[in-house]
Design a protein around this ligand. Structure first.
Ligand code: CUA
Length: 337
């Protein structure tokens, strides 16, 4: 009995030291969303249980190594011990109970994280190799920075134009895969930022050579600042169709693959392309006019110019209205000597 009391004291001391040590490590970044609160609480509870389990094993082991070591001159075998039914039942039932309890707590926190606020602000998040675009459908605003009002829930509707990406702002804690495909593949993620300031979205799914650089700024601001930001963005849309076309082309990452100065990237350059004759893969020729450009944007796989890979995302045009496509065509027309 004396041994048990001493070993238990050692376990208690090691547990406290373990918890204090884990608290010093600051494993988690700043807590900047309502959803992070429950997640961090659960993390903290896990740290405490882990510290206790570690101390339980190490404490009894250390105590046994020191106190029950072989005495000098002792050459006898140790006692033969076989099985201990009450102990085996105990160490099966207790961990089972703990795991079940944790699954219950996990489900509760998941429920909190996914709680729906019917007044949530809607933002469509579109991931592409290798950039992020943020659309505010209720305000006709498109941005490459994710701007959010503080203390208000935002529902992010995540989709991809090409491969699987993953949306992750470490300070908000939650992470969600961003999937390509039709409307059924859109995933929702709800964030209620609680801290104003600058953060960064990073892609957390290996998605190609530039994966490590697939980041975008996130700015959390007050409600009034957010309203004036929306007004500013709406005012930024130019009156001139050529300038508007340039803006849509930039926002939709068209210019990542199509140059405007004649240099060759993944796709044909837009410089001097309007009105030119191009040879297609099957040897036939086509004149690059409004109709062919419209088709190339909406059904890019139909008629590909010879020598270029079929790399254009077919889903890209779903983000564009016919008016926006018309603006882009005007922009392409303007790109000539
Ligand atoms: Cu997108 Cu990694």
């Amino acid at each position: 009995m004396k041994h048990f009391i001493f070993a238990a004291l050692l376990v208690a001391v090691l547990t406290v030291l373990g918890i204090l040590g884990l608290e010093q490590t600051e494993l988690l970044p700043a807590q900047a969303s309502l959803q992070a609160v429950g997640i961090d609480w659960l993390f903290d509870l896990h740290f405490k249980v882990i510290a206790f389990l570690f101390a339980l094993i190490i404490g009894f082991m250390l105590y046994s190594i020191v106190v029950f070591r072989r005495k000098k001159g002792d050459t006898e075998d140790g006692d033969h011990i076989e099985g201990n039914t009450p102990l085996e039942i105990l160490w099966t039932v207790v961990p089972l109970g703990v795991v079940l309890y944790f699954s219950f707590l996990g489900a509760q926190v998941l429920g909190d994280v996914e709680r729906i606020d019917p007044l949530a602000l809607e933002v469509d998040v579109i991931g592409s190799q290798w950039s992020w675009r943020f659309e505010y459908p209720d305000y006709d605003v498109v941005s490459t920075t994710l701007v959010l009002p503080v203390d208000q829930q935002t529902v992010l509707r995540l989709s991809s134009t090409d491969v699987i990406h993953s949306f992750w702002v470490p300070e908000f804690r939650i992470k969600q895969d961003v999937l390509p495909g039709d409307k059924n593949m859109i995933r929702d993620m709800r964030i209620t930022p609680t801290e104003m300031g600058d953060f960064t979205v990073r892609c957390a799914e290996l998605c190609g050579t530039q994966h490590a650089y697939m980041t975008a700024p996130v700015v959390v601001m007050s409600e009034s600042e957010f309203t004036s930001w929306l007004d500013e963005q709406a005012a930024l849309i130019p009156d001139n169709p050529v300038d508007r076309g340039r803006l849509w082309a930039e926002q939709n990452a068209c210019l990542t693959c199509h140059s405007t100065d004649g240099s060759e990237l993944v796709g044909p350059t837009w410089f001097n392309v309007y009105g030119s004759q191009e040879t297609l893969e099957d040897g036939s020729t086509v004149t690059v006019d409004d109709e062919y450009i419209y088709e190339s944007i909406t059904e890019p796989m139909l008629r590909i110019v010879e020598g270029f890979p079929p790399a254009m995302p077919p889903a890209l045009s779903e983000n564009l209205t016919n008016e926006q496509i018309a603006d882009i065509i005007e922009f392409i027309k303007s790109l000539k000597e």
